[in-house]
Ligand binder design. Structure first.
Ligand code: SF4
Length: 77
């Protein structure tokens, strides 16, 4: 899978720590950035395909990613 989409990632222009918030810290600032990111679909696909379980990817936090991954696996079964 090509990862050229990363070149256009909006998070490259921000503080990377925002996308891996410490426990108890809000993922909202990162999620807001994702909503304006031109490669959000590609990022989300990558996160799901590679089972990223930590941080914000494609506008979803780790709990949302886990839920979506579970739903995808259930659909595939
Ligand atoms: S969707 Fe969010 S995490 Fe993904 S590349 Fe864009 S800004 Fe970064």
């Amino acid at each position: 899978m090509s990862e050229r989409w990363r070149e256009d990632a909006l998070c490259r222009q921000t503080d990377p720590n925002l996308f891996h918030p410490a426990p108890g810290c809000s993922p909202a600032p990162a999620k807001r950035t994702c909503m304006a990111c031109p490669v959000r679909p590609e990022c989300l696909d990558y996160a799901l395909d590679t089972r990223q379980h930590w941080g914000v990817w494609g506008g979803l936090d780790q709990n949302e990613l886990r839920r979506l991954n579970r739903a995808r696996r259930a659909q595939a079964a």
